[in-house]
Design a protein. Structure first.
Lengths: 379, 709
């Protein structure tokens, strides 16, 4: 046999084998139906996004978060959910949540916001940061075409809440800033139907969009991930200062605010950091702002880091209490006294909690049953 | 030549096993990673052999052994410390792509030296064919001795690092010792003294390295088991068990303990005999103490931690601890003393070792020791509380399908940890309200299984979403087609920027796999049309022997591990018998007429694979070890025959040939055998498909040999 003929045979064989490829191998993918909508969709939205400007040299600059992504045609911003189509910036996730659940409001956690009620919680794919410990990384670090999304129009969300007797909508799991338009329209529709809205956010949002959004919201919980800029740089892939600015802006707006600080062992768990945190809250927000210390469990990229020791959480709690903060809570430690709300004036227990369960609520309106001290929040 | 070849076998197998073990332990390796690391090793050996073969007279063997002895423990130290410098954050996982590059780099120095040693040793004789055969023979004996020693000593008497030091010293001492037994007594005494010194001096170094690696934590205990490396860390009154650099358990961690022990009790009542597959010392055993009427037995093949934990103040008297391989334990269990609940707490199916408890065969075994109304309980680490990604859906569906093949009723609970229950009795026809009511009646005040927690977890919308997810595929995990670990690899790959493109390409885009059969056809075809085709086919035989033998060796280990368990002493025998078969086969074949050797050897290999294909799943548990020993020995004999035949074909009458070239072809075949069949093809085309593919390669080789003989 000549070499040329031999090679030709090989070429023909390869083409033939490639042709039968699709027939031979099994299909490993599948699909299924969601909980709150008629079916999943792979289609993406093309609604025009807010807060962007066209650049003179072409392309656009996003203004929703401090990242200020400059995006050329058919490219996406860092969050992966906003795309430039001929210098029209589009949100790809409008009306397309991938997660929707009814959660206890304590799960957010919001402890001074209608305790014992529930919240219709939803999220779309994408996020504007990349926390190495993200517990929702399946959602936040995916692009919308990689998740199973439901078609859920903003006007439909309050209806679901009414049907299921849920008083609040929570924008949560991933970062709601990246589905700002969807969140805004739902919140607006919710208010028309007397359904409240709460935003569970990392606070990495620009001042202007936040200012316009706050009237639509009833409460905001901010994940303040650390009090040191290098943590934001190395672990979160974001910046601390804009987050602190956003927190102050929310507080000044008069909307109800609670903070969560996830203690990640060895990364943000020194006593000095807890002291700095307490001092910053005291100075900028006041001692009556609730602060939750949350327990880290190995997730996402930090799978090889142990959970937060209970003793570390207790140290953080006592440091912040000693610094004068009045409402300091510990999360993911059911049965711990620091899950409950105590009157800062007389020390009596006011709301006794274990996990998401309220065992007793002794508040009279928003006052302590014993000393009549006003407890901040919405009860 | 005999002594250096023996020493090469000892050094080479020792180095390979220790480096692989260390890489898997430090970098959380799965099968794809092991395959890649093996390929790195084999290619390095091939490069070394080819390079060494070009130099007339080879390199100075003494120098190479000294260099190798220094490099081996250094490589081990580097493997332990390098990952800490590659990641920015403590506790961060290392993506597969990075780990694969590290593994290839770390395997290379020892591999290259082994290859150079082979061709240099083979250059010692006058006639290449004879000297190469002799090198194979004594290298095989050395590898047999080394394999058995390493497997028996590491994790029992010595840590991996200690063993590397001991091997390095032994290599240098033996290299400079006279082969006469009477005069070698000082050398033996020297090695024994070194063994004693190393036994006591290296463990503090192990602990020091761990202390550096887990710096903010206190290393309470650091030790090796036959299965890997474990460290118990202490910080803020919390202990953490790190197994192979990953968190296996934390104490106290009530959430996990309650999730592992309490949910099945809501179905069976709070009086039960429970068998836990896996460690129970970190939480479940202590929780069992608080549960009246519960008898917990925990079976795990790794050494007991009870005495060590007692020293650290953790006690768990409520559990009976058994140090045994679960497969063997169940095989010998008293059938009059069956269990109400078997809890499989084996962790995520990151590799075949942990995945072996999630197969239909293991579930069927468990069924034998369950009471009529007993159940299997499978707590997983997959979060299905808020959202279930497409990759996770497939993983969960496969787990459920696998359980369904052994049990009539299977139920799943959503939550931060998705839980599966399986039974042949309709235990699961209970509404969430009934379960919540039962949780109130447990003789224990639960923190994470209380009514509010359960009513959130067992919402109908969440259960519907999970049940919906469980229908996405009809695939199941079996020994014949172990898809679960590759689903897990794809799921894990989503966290890495390169991995998320690379792994789907490897596992889901199958077109590239055609390159291998095409490559083999081209290799054989070109050899056939070459003007020295008789000699060229010799190189093809080298390639065939390497490809088929390593594929079958790894398939045997996988199958033995999946059907009999993973007892290291037995794995040592399996490796040892294979190496012994190679040596004996080489010796016997070298005494035969070369022309009469190759086709009978190829046919012997072919017949042994066909018989293996027809019988491997019909062997009784007690006979498994003997079956695999016999298969590996037969296969090694046949492979050795092919090596000798190939050597005679290619080298006969050519004293000036590159004596490493044939070895290099064998290694390339072995590299493909290490990477493809068990790591990539097994989940895609299944075991039967892989064995038939190997049969096809042998048939091709037989045809070529017949045409050109």
């Amino acid at each position: 046999m000549e070499r040329r003929i031999f090679l030709r045979c090989i070429g023909c064989g390869a083409v033939a084998m490639a042709a039968v490829n699709a027939k031979i191998w099994p299909d490993f993918l599948g699909g299924s139906g969601p909980a709150y909508a008629a079916g999943y969709t792979k289609a993406l939205s093309s609604k025009e996004a807010r807060y962007y400007k066209k650049l003179p040299e072409g392309g656009i600059e996003c203004g929703i978060c401090p990242r200020h992504c400059r995006v050329t045609d058919l490219e996406r911003g860092y969050c992966g959910t906003r795309e430039n189509h001929g210098d029209v910036y589009q949100t790809l996730v409008y009306g397309l949540p991938c997660a929707a659940n009814i959660d206890p409001i304590e799960k957010k956690p919001l402890f001074h916001f209608y305790p014992g009620t529930s919240a219709f919680s939803l999220a779309t794919a994408g996020c504007n940061v990349n926390c190495k410990f993200c517990q929702n990384w399946d959602i936040s670090q995916s692009r919308p075409e990689q998740t199973d999304n439901m078609e859920l129009a903003p006007s439909r969300v309050p209806q679901i809440c009414i049907e299921r007797n849920v008083p609040t909508i929570a924008y949560t799991y991933s970062e709601p800033t990246i589905f700002y338009e969807y969140m805004y329209d739902i919140a607006e529709a919710g208010h028309k139907n007397s359904i409240r809205s709460v935003m569970i956010t990392g606070g990495y949002i620009e001042s202007e969009p936040l200012k316009n959004l706050l009237p639509m919201l009833d409460a905001v919980k901010v994940d303040l991930k650390a009090i040191r800029p290098e943590y934001y740089k190395n672990i979160v892939n974001g910046e601390l200062k804009p987050v602190l600015d956003a927190i102050v802006q929310i507080k000044n707006s008069g909307k109800w605010l609670e903070l969560v600080y996830l203690i990640v062992p060895t990364l943000n768990d020194t006593e000095a950091e807890f002291k700095e945190l307490a001092q910053w809250i005291k100075t900028n927000l006041g001692t009556d702002t609730p602060l939750h210390f949350s327990r880290f469990y190995p997730q996402y990229l930090l799978k090889n880091l142990p959970p937060t020791p209970q003793a570390t959480l207790e140290t953080a709690h006592s440091i912040c209490k000693d610094a004068g903060l009045e409402y300091v809570y510990l999360g993911n430690l059911p049965g711990h006294p620091a899950e409950s709300t105590f009157c800062p004036q007389c020390g009596k227990i006011l709301i006794e909690r274990r996990g998401y369960k309220i065992y007793q609520n002794l508040l009279k309106g928003n006052r302590c049953y014993n000393c009549n001290h006003i407890i901040p929040g919405l009860f | 030549m005999k002594r250096p070849a023996f020493l090469l076998g000892l050094y080479s197998i020792g180095g390979q096993v220790l480096l692989l073990r260390e890489l898997v332990s430090s970098l959380n390796g799965d099968e794809l990673f092991i395959g890649t690391a093996l390929v790195g090793w084999l290619l390095a050996v091939a490069i070394g052999a080819s390079f060494g073969g070009r130099k007339r007279g080879g390199f100075r063997i003494n120098h190479l052994f000294i260099a190798g002895s220094v490099i081996l423990p250094l490589s081990l130290l580097l493997i332990r410390t390098v990952p800490s410098y590659l990641i920015i954050t403590a506790g961060e996982i290392i993506p597969f792509s990075t780990a694969a590059v590290i593994s290839i780099l770390m395997m290379s120095p020892v591999g290259i030296i082994s290859g150079m040693l082979f061709s240099s040793i083979a250059s010692l004789g006058y006639r290449p064919s004879e000297s190469i055969i002799q090198a194979y023979l004594y290298e095989g004996i050395g590898a047999f001795v080394g394999g058995v020693l390493i497997t028996l000593l590491v994790g029992t008497l010595y840590s991996a690092l200690s063993m590397a030091f001991l091997l390095a010293i032994a290599t240098i001492v033996i290299n400079y010792t006279t082969p006469r037994l009477r005069k070698s007594a000082p050398a033996i005494i020297l090695i024994l003294i070194a063994a004693v010194i190393i036994k006591f001096s290296v463990p503090p170094l192990d602990k020091y390295i761990d202390q550096r690696k887990y710096r903010p934590y206190q290393v309470a205990i650091s030790y090796d088991t036959p299965y890997g490396h474990q460290v118990i860390l202490s910080r803020d009154s919390t202990l953490t068990l790190m197994t192979d650099n990953t968190v296996e358990a934390t104490y106290p961690d009530l959430m996990t303990s309650e999730n592992i022990l309490l949910p099945p009790l809501l179905y069976t009542g709070d009086s039960a005999r429970i068998l836990i597959i896996g460690r129970a010392e970190f939480g479940p055993a202590q929780l069992a103490d608080s549960l009246p009427g519960i008898k917990v037995t925990a079976v795990d093949p790794r050494m007991s931690l009870t005495a060590r934990l007692n020293k650290l103040g953790i006690t768990g008297a409520g559990a009976i601890r058994i140090d045994d391989e679960p497969f063997r334990f169940i095989g010998r269990a008293n059938l009059l003393n069956r269990y109400d609940i078997i809890i499989i707490n084996s962790g995520e199916p990151d590799n075949y070792r942990s995945g072996r408890f999630l197969t239909e065969r293991f579930f069927n075994l468990c069924r034998l020791i369950l009471k009529e109304k007993g159940m299997i309980f499978l707590p997983t680490n997959y979060d299905s509380d808020r959202y279930i990604s497409p990759e996770k859906k497939t993983l969960l569906a496969e787990l459920k399908n696998t359980l369904s093949r052994s049990f009539r009723f299977v139920a799943g609970w959503p939550g931060d940890m998705t839980l599966f229950f399986a039974s042949n009795d309709s235990l699961f026809n209970l509404s969430p309200d009934s379960l919540i009511a039962r949780s109130r009646r447990l003789g224990y005040s639960s923190q994470y299984m209380n009514d509010i927690y359960l009513s959130d977890r067992l919402q109908s919308a969440k259960i519907d979403r999970l049940n919906d997810a469980l229908t996405v595929t009809s695939d199941f995990n079996s020994i014949d087609r172990p898809t679960l670990i590759f689903r897990q690899a794809l799921y894990r790959a989503k966290t890495g920027s390169i991995d998320k493109w690379l792994l789907p390409f490897i596992y889901e885009n199958h077109l590239w796999l055609y390159l291998f059969p095409i490559g083999i056809i081209i290799l054989f075809g070109f050899s056939l049309i070459h003007r020295q085709k008789r000699r060229r086919i010799g190189l093809c035989l080298y390639f065939t022997a390497g490809l088929v033998s390593l594929s079958l060796e790894l398939i045997s280990f996988y199958l033995y591990q999946s059907s009999a368990g993973s007892l290291y002493s037995e794995m040592g025998f399996l490796i040892g018998v294979f190496m012994l078969g190679l040596s004996l086969g080489t010796y016997m074949a070298s005494k035969l007429e070369p022309e009469r050797l190759e086709i009978p050897s190829l046919l012997m290999l072919l017949i042994s694979i066909i018989l293996f294909l027809l019988t491997h799943d019909k062997v009784a548990m007690y006979a498994l070890l003997y079956y695999y020993l016999f298969f590996l020995f037969t296969m090694a004999l046949a492979t050795a025959g092919i090596f000798v035949a190939a050597t005679n074909r290619y080298y006969f009458g050519r004293s000036e040939s590159n004596r490493g070239l044939g070895y290099a072809f064998e290694i390339i075949g072995s590299a493909i055998g290490a990477l493809l069949p068990t790591t990539i093809l097994l989940p895609i085309i299944g075991l039967t498909g892989v064995l038939i593919s190997l049969i096809a390669v042998i048939v091709l080789a037989v045809t070529m040999a017949a045409i050109t003989s």
